[in-house]
Design a protein around this ligand. Structure first.
Ligand SMILES: CC(C)(COP(=O)(O)OP(=O)(O)OC[C@H]1O[C@@H](n2cnc3c(N)ncnc32)[C@H](O)[C@@H]1OP(=O)(O)O)[C@@H](O)C(=O)NCCC(=O)NCCS
Length: 233
């Protein structure tokens, strides 16, 4: 087994998040994955992975490795990052974070709660035109389709972008609302392709703090093979 083959530098460059958010990323090779890599990298193998296929184990492991590297750069510790039953990561006290993986790339963003209260990140490879067509009605409402028509984005790129924006939003908000919400429960209100920014609003109320109409700004970076989106407050 050559553990060095499992991870390799990703081609993702600087992501433009503030200095208060530590971002780490890596490429990983699913074909170079062995379960004993968990021991090698001293990452606990969670019961939730059970008999998961190698692809799932590999992406989980790579995510935990980069997330821990981000934590180490923040406070010098290398803790285990567990997993809640709902699949959200268990961040150490005082920290928040978010993990995303897509086809051999994994990115983790971590911040101290004294600086940020919301953090969500998502990376998606561009969908094909056919997939975008198939998924469009599940992911976008009429006004979001209109937004894309008025933008300078190719349709499949626009659908990929809105999908990713909503996933970032979900990851950022979930630790606060502790409940599943679907793609029809939030709406992307504006997309600024010049500055890579967007505004997304809730269409459902979750408790006192996150009411219907509550909105937040997020950001995106168009990369050669996909799009990276992130939300922080
Ligand atoms: C959870 C979800 C957002 C993950 O997105 P994905 O594109 O499938 O996968 P990604 O690689 O980008 O992200 C996976 C990581 O998200 C994190 N994650 C999973 N569930 C989470 C949750 N409830 N809250 C925060 N983060 C979560 C985990 O770290 C996971 O990686 P890991 O299991 O290896 O630790 C997605 O699977 C999902 O359930 N979507 C439906 C809900 C939704 O997006 N609603 C839209 C509201 S507008």
């Amino acid at each position: 087994m050559n553990s060095l083959k499992f991870l390799f530098p990703s081609r993702i460059g600087l992501l433009g998040l503030p200095d208060t958010i530590e971002v780490q990323h890596t490429g990983f090779d699913i074909n170079a994955y062995y379960q004993s890599l968990f021991d090698h990298y001293q990452v606990d193998f969670p019961a939730s992975l059970g008999k998961a296929v190698d692809k799932r184990c590999a992406e989980y492991l790579a995510g935990r490795i980069v997330a821990r590297k981000a934590i180490e750069r923040i406070n010098g510790t290398t803790p285990q990052i567990g997993t809640h039953k709902d699949r959200s990561p268990i961040w150490p006290q005082g920290l928040i974070g978010s993990i995303t993986h897509s086809d051999g790339v994994v990115i983790a963003a971590v911040a101290e709660q004294k600086h940020h209260r919301l953090l969500g990140i998502d990376f998606e490879h561009w969908m094909s035109a056919q997939l975008a067509d198939e998924l469009c009605d599940q992911l976008l409402d009429q006004s979001e389709k209109q937004l894309l028509l008025q933008s300078d984005l190719a349709f499949e790129r626009g659908v990929t972008l809105i999908f990713s924006l909503k996933e970032s939003f979900y990851k950022a908000l979930y630790p606060h609302v502790n409940t599943f919400f679907g793609f029809d429960e939030a709406r992307v209100r504006s997309i600024d392709t010049t500055n890579g920014a967007f505004i997304i609003e809730l269409l459902t109320s979750f408790g006192k703090e996150y009411q219907q109409g509550w909105s937040t700004e997020g950001y995106f970076r168009v990369l050669s093979d996909g799009v990276l989106t992130y939300i922080y407050e």
